[in-house]
Design a protein around this ligand. Sequence first.
Ligand code: GAF
Length: 475
Amino acid sequence: MDVRLPIGALFTILGVVLASFGAARNEALYAQSLGININLEWGLVMLGFGLVMVVLGSRRSFQKVESSPASKSHSKPRQNENSSSYGAGATVKAADLRELFLTTYGTTPRIYRAPGRVNLIGEHTDYNDGFVMPAAIELYVWIAIAPRQDSKLCVHSLNFSETAEIDLHVGPPSPHGHWSDYVFGVAVALVRRGHQLRGANLLVHGEVPIGAGLSSSAAIEVACGLALVGLSGSPLHPVELAKICRRAENEYVGARVGIMDQFVSCCGRAGDVLMLDCRSLDYRLVPLPPGIELVICNTMVKHEHASGEYNRRREQCEEGVRLLSPWLPHVRALRDVTPAELDQYSTRLPHDIFQRCRHVVTENARVISAAAALERGDLPTFRDLMRESHRSLQMDYQVSCEELDQMVEIAAKQPGVFGSRMTGGGFGGCTINLVDTAAVPKFREAVSLEYQQATGIVSEILVSHAAEGASKVQE
Ligand code: GAF
């Protein structure tokens, strides 16, 4: 909160009290000097000063956020140290957001939202042109937007209580490790793709926990992209929007992520997971079996320092392709390598590169089997594949951590569980669990208790249905 607000409020109250005494000419407090009624005069002065301070204090949030020193590091924007999430459990919804926008900017906005995601299986395969099986979840980033008369984009985040702005005519500012990088990165990427954007005021509210592996970044990118093109009136196919948002994260934010998160945030379907081929971007919808819930267990270990490791894994995969190409010239990405080929040429690779490649190659095979298992309702096979996936991420890809392993181990032994593994980039964040609906209450209770006993950490456990992708929220 701006310090001028409480000071202003204090002076306003004192001013009113003093001026009232002065006006009533209370003899006990009344003083006169040079013919001036000091109490009334000073009361009015203090009241005026207080009101000015209140007005200035409350307007501070509409001024441009000071840039922190531009960081050239290719890491994801920092998280807000004071906030564990964008506001998990927050209840600001369309009507509240509209009201807040009206009070803040004085105009009525349109509202858009984009979901976070879980990934059932197929981790770190997307940037290797491989297969993934994500589902959108019922946690969203909400954006209210209305046009401005000038060429500025002025964005206020309710979660961070900060405002940032750019002028579309002046060109992109440098990214500086700030939440607004995601917003401006998308604007820049849209303009580069030839979209004519207009100046706008935006109000952002996120429910997707930050640093929890549920893809809050893709959700803010997609919600912003949809809102900006919606306002400019140029139609954009959801797959195109996903590609633009991914480009924003790769080229502007500096995280070399694959397409999975943006894709499912754009194209998710209620009740279904996507079986996505990250090379062709063809996908099919696989319904989740009835009576099964997606249960998300948050280890509460943030993965915010993981972006360097993420980019490093990607480089190691590229190195694997480069080292294998003399023997396997058709190989463009690890997606093109079969498990048998990898075995045959394993001695040509340094051990750590071989391990990374083995994870990707075997994970792709697991995703294909997992989709088939889910389609024929074979949950025991699905459970085994999720277990193998986690193990491979832990041992070969080395992106798990003690808390994730503990959480998976605890969850997997509970009754009614049809699979448990880490979800997302790793190094912390959440596990995804398929749990029989009837078993969910006991599952939640047992997992949170045992996890706390094992680690001393109080976890958050959420249940979500597979949700619909990004959309304009109907009035
Ligand atoms: C992060 C990335 F953003 C995705 O593209 C994907 O690589 C995932 O980690 C790991 O599967 O969420």
